[in-house]
Design a protein around this ligand. Structure first.
Ligand code: SF4
Length: 460
């Protein structure tokens, strides 16, 4: 029987579902599986030395960077191991991982990955050819991501580090243990810059409600007082979301939750938003991205700045804290647009809701991104920087690229205690580069009331 090692690299401070679901599927087949989360534990040399199959989960860019280093260590320790990368960023970067100057992967898969991973393990167990496994891409054969409904088992969290090793839910001056589930996978929408789109292309799959609720139960039993619904968009299936949130509240009335949804869905479902608040929703992550309608249309976001203002009112009327996320640096965002975003954040009273890291984010154009279908792509795209997993682009105004570097430094050196000071530092940099007088900084209240949030910031 092959010995399998699953590695996760970084998942925004959550206990990794990208390990828990494959663990459930592989162990149900009686396979010998170990799992290590490199975000909280050291690289497991002894396990890597004896593994026949090493699966590395890379659902986001930061994870891919860490995962490539981990794969190199596996190769050195155990050259005979089959190394498989799985997750959104694996598939987009398959060429580099399989065929780069120093290839680190033997196979790559994405989509409903558990099925393909289990089939791959079974094939290796019988000495078969991995290239024949549906959904598995190798040097010899490219396969599309598997997008068929999987009978998902309840995630197996028994081998994972405890919730106390992960991000906390911060509210009312307390830090509480937090759990993480997904009620759907994929997304109904096709925003151009989104890494979900090249894989799912407008499709999503609902996880059976009882599976989600069983996963919530095991995390509440482990001490979670708050649950994050980490679906790309929780309201793609509004009836499904309502059913699960209502059951969560009936079964665990003291447990709060947060979810992610797009502006359009907030506008479509104001009554549902209020209902979810009644079930314990305390904050909502929503990708606002920009305060320039031209940029929003370039990204195909399906909303306008006026829509963002209406969405904010709906959330606030429901008593839910907004957590807008941003894409402030794109080839189409001018320095004036950036200043406009800062003044809009001020005017909407959002300073404590926007950590500095959000103001530093630069658009990525990974291989396979729908951004490459932009009719004007030739006007802004540079060469592929495969080792950094993105096409390069420079802003036509060098001050904008300089501002991005400065805001990145500010974000790295400011903590969460005083969001007003961090915001003022960003304003100082932006107005100086624009050669304009900085507006009087917004003074922090005597006692800063932090909105409910997780202790680890959202970014991609
Ligand atoms: S950005 Fe959000 S709404 Fe748009 S495609 Fe991605 S997950 Fe879906």
């Amino acid at each position: 029987m092959p010995s399998i090692l699953l590695l996760s690299c970084y998942e925004l401070g959550h206990q990794p579902l990208s390990l828990a679901w494959p663990l459930a599927m592989l162990r149900a087949e009686g396979m010998d599986v170990a799992a290590v989360d490199l975000a909280v534990d050291a690289f497991p040399e002894a396990l890597a030395e004896k593994a026949d199959l090493v699966g590395i989960a890379v659902p986001m860019l930061t994870a891919l960077r860490i995962g490539v280093d981990a794969a190199r260590r596996v190769r050195t320790l155990n050259p005979g191991a089959h190394i498989c990368f799985y997750g959104l960023y694996a598939w987009m970067n398959a060429d580099y991982l399989l065929r780069g100057d120093d290839p680190v992967a033997d196979s790559v898969l994405a989509g409903e990955a558990e099925l393909a991973l289990t089939a791959l393990a079974r094939t290796l167990r019988h000495g078969g050819d991995p290239s024949t496994v549906p959904g598995v891409t190798t040097v010899e054969r490219s396969a599309d991501p598997l997008l068929s409904r999987v009978d998902l088992l309840t995630p197996d969290r028994s081998l994972l580090p405890g919730l106390d090793r992960y991000a906390r839910y911060m509210a009312d001056g307390e830090a509480r243990l937090a759990g993480y589930v997904e009620a759907t996978r994929g997304c109904l929408h096709t925003c151009r810059h989104c890494p979900v789109v090249p894989i799912y292309n407008g499709r999503f799959f609902a996880v059976p409600a009882e599976t989600v609720l069983a996963d919530i139960r095991q995390q509440v039993d482990a001490g979670a007082q708050h649950i994050t619904f980490g679906d790309p968009d929780f309201l793609n299936g509004p009836g499904h979301a309502r059913r699960i949130a209502r059951s969560l509240h009936e079964r665990f009335p003291a447990v709060t939750f947060d979810f992610t949804t797009k502006v359009e869905h907030i506008l479509e479902h104001p009554d549902l938003i209020a209902e979810l608040a009644g079930y314990g929703a305390t904050f909502v992550v929503s990708a606002f991205e920009s305060t320039t309608d031209l940029v929003l249309s370039k990204l195909d976001k399906g909303h306008t700045v006026a829509d963002m203002e209406r969405a904010l009112r709906i959330l606030r009327d429901a008593g839910i804290a907004p957590q807008p996320t941003w894409m402030p640096f794109t080839p189409w965002t001018s320095l004036d647009d950036y200043l406009h975003m800062l003044s809009w954040i001020r005017a909407q009273g959002l300073i404590p809701y926007v950590p500095a890291v959000q103001l530093s984010i630069r658009m990525l154009a990974p291989p396979g991104s729908a951004l490459l279908d932009d009719p004007d792509v030739g006007a802004w795209i540079g060469p592929l920087d495969a080792a950094n997993f993105t096409y390069r682009w420079d802003h036509p105004d060098p001050r904008v690229d300089e501002l991005q570097r400065q805001v990145t430094r500010i974000a790295a050196h400011t903590g969460d205690d005083d969001p007003y000071a961090a915001f003022a530092a960003v304003e100082r940099a932006a107005y100086a580069l624009a050669d304009q007088a900085q507006p009087e900084p917004v003074s922090a209240p005597y006692f800063i009331v932090q909105p409910p949030k997780l202790s680890e910031h959202w970014f991609c």
